[in-house]
Write a protein of this length. Sequence first.
Length: 94
Amino acid sequence: MKNWLNRIINRLTAVGADKWLHVLASLIVAYIVADTAKHGGAGEWGCVMISAPVTMAIGLTKEMYDELFRYGFDEKELWWDFAGVMIGLFLFLI
């Protein structure tokens, strides 16, 4: 059991802190946008339909900024953003 747990921990830590920051930031933004939409009167799925594209647009904008002023566009980071959106919306819906 301990060997199995160590393999999972090693794989998760090998990803890198920057990718986990993408997940965490997207999770937080997706949850806040969905909650704001809920308080604005949107239904559960309306909140999802508002939050997901808004959060992904923020992630895409950040990648466009990186392309212009930093180290370049990394489409893999958008997948990490998407993972954060899905986790945030899952937490919102439960």
